[in-house]
Design a protein around this ligand. Sequence first.
Ligand SMILES: *Cc1c(COP(=O)(O)O)cnc(C)c1O
Length: 376
Amino acid sequence: MDQPTIHPKITPIYQTSVFKFEDLDAVQQYFDEPGSSYMYSRNGNPNSDELAGAVNRWEGGAGAVATGSGMAAIFAAMLTYCQAGDHVLCAADIYGGSAALLNLELSRLGISVSYVPFESLYDLAGYAQPNSKLLLCETMSNPLLRVVDLHAAAKECHRHGLKLVVDNTFSTPVLTRPLAYGADLVLHSVTKYLAGHSDVTAGAVVARTAEDAARLRQIGVVFGLTLSPMESWLAVRGMKTMRLRVAAHSENALVVAEFLAEHPAVQAVYYPGLPDHPQHALAVTQGAGRFGGMLSFRLPDDAAVVNRFMQRSERFPFAPSLAGVDSSCSHPLSTSHRALTDAQRAELGITVGLVRLSVGIEPIEDLLADLAQALD
Ligand SMILES: *Cc1c(COP(=O)(O)O)cnc(C)c1O
């Protein structure tokens, strides 16, 4: 009997490490016509290509690569522009893993780093060196949700001959598309809002130019940073609802931020949607009127108080990640920012009382009721 013709609506999971060729002509065609067929999943797979294509479309790039994690995405982005002897500028407010990559590993390979305080991101003269290649920053920083003016940062970078690499994990392209403001590469921990369900570890990097996209792809393949079919498929599925999820996260987080700002047990709230946030006006224009699902707040600097909040809260389990549809809380001092020096932590105000919330998409009444009972 003939094989039935199958037309799946959704791309199936091509859980295969390798693909077959009919004969020598077929393998020749694979090399002559890139994209016409597949050979080996590390080099390319329909599922990882679908994910890269989806992220690329959202970010408005010329090409993208899907990677095994957000860390692999940062590594691929750094290698796109840097080699031994080069220098990297990095925003002082940065994901702890990015700092670890630069401080502990890329330094060994002869790539040095200088950290630029938030106030100096638009005036790099005191930081750029003749061998500086790029600035790495985040659209919205962790855990204080400082918002970077990407247009101003890109202009300043290009004035010094630097590339701008933006980690857009906290904002997502639903809020902000860094390439449109002049960034050269934009990267994601797909683990977070793009996949969105706390069930995948993945990353992606998108390039503004086709040349950089080709470099990225080669780095992904040769360093073996590319993503598996199953994880790609899960991330693609998550991305189908990203626009709706990020809208719901943003709505809930604004209400939670307003609630916390009024609560007597809370000393400060960091959320770009609040009018007293230092970059509120910028966040409004650069974030399409939404502010995302992440916020931090300050309890008294007493571990017993923080522990009581964590123990009593039921809707915000202490789980040191973010961006899932279910809410969670984290503690920057003891998790993401553990590796910082005391001076760095003091400068950023990361003390024992600082708690970070990832506000999910549950009914808002449930979240407020839970926070109220946990704080009272
Ligand atoms: C989580 C995170 C990363 C690292 O991503 P992984 O998927 O955990 O490797 C990078 N940047 C930011 C802002 C993150 O939150």
